[in-house]
Write a protein that binds this ligand. Structure first.
Ligand SMILES: N[C@@H](CCC(=O)N[C@@H](CS)C(=O)NCC(=O)O)C(=O)O
Length: 215
């Protein structure tokens, strides 16, 4: 069994995705906290290990991999059971689209590094983050409506099995709640996130359960 070490921050939604994947696959790993609020991600030590200067950064037998999509796909290839993507090409594309709406179309627009550029006013930052979270979740909701019309049924984000879509949706919902987003227009996304969050894997990956969590 390879040795895994995850550089993570309890409130980082991208780290949460990877923690969730590791838990779904029941892979043991060591957790090393990088305190984003104290700027540890900008230090030489972190840059040395993570070329992007972000978390998550996973080391597998001493070899680093960054970017949660790449990390999760690598984990899925190295540890295929249970799979995180459907085998059917269309279903796979549907799951990937949900992943990208969050990974590329939502989270980067409300990341700390972006909010800091808006200036010091917490209300300005919050409104910005709320806007892009709302926009992203509206896309997820519409995608889920499309999938429903295609006959996809089940309690999770895509069907009745946890997929990568859930690994991205749950942490984004956590961020949306932190920023005070009104979730009432997104009943499908909310129900799917709640179903995923009720699994043991998601519970273990939750920010509040992490060793570096600040109560
Ligand atoms: N696309 C990257 C995003 C990584 C990312 O944005 N990480 C955030 C935490 S969720 C971070 O390290 N932010 C530090 C900063 O903004 O300075 C991924 O999916 O891994």
């Amino acid at each position: 069994m390879p040795t895994l070490r995850l550089y993570t921050y309890w409130r980082s939604s991208s780290s949460y995705r990877v923690r969730f994947a590791l838990q779904v696959k029941k892979i043991a790993y060591e957790s090393v906290a990088v305190n984003l609020r104290q700027g540890e991600q900008h230090g030489d030590e972190h840059r040395e290990r993570s070329p992007t200067g972000y978390v998550p950064c996973l080391f597998i037998d001493g070899r680093p991999v960054v970017e949660s999509v790449a990390i999760i796909e690598l984990l899925d290839e190295l540890f295929p059971d249970p799979p995180l993507y459907p085998r059917d090409p269309w279903a796979r594309a549907r799951v990937r689209a949900m992943v990208e709406v969050i990974n590329a179309g939502t989270q980067p627009l409300q990341n700390l590094v972006v909010l800091e550029r808006l200036g010091p006013d917490p209300e300005v930052r919050k409104e910005w983050a709320k806007h892009f979270n709302t926009r992203g979740l509206a896309s997820v909701e519409r995608l889920m409506t499309l999938h429903e019309k295609e006959g996809v049924e089940g309690r999770f984000a895509y069907g009745d099995t946890l997929t990568a879509a859930d690994l991205f949706l749950v942490p984004q919902m956590y961020s949306a709640q932190r920023f005070g987003v009104d979730l009432s227009p997104f009943p499908r996304a909310v129900a799917a996130a709640e179903a995923a969050l009720s699994t043991e894997a998601a519970q273990a990956a939750m920010p509040e359960r992490q060793p570096d969590a600040i109560p």
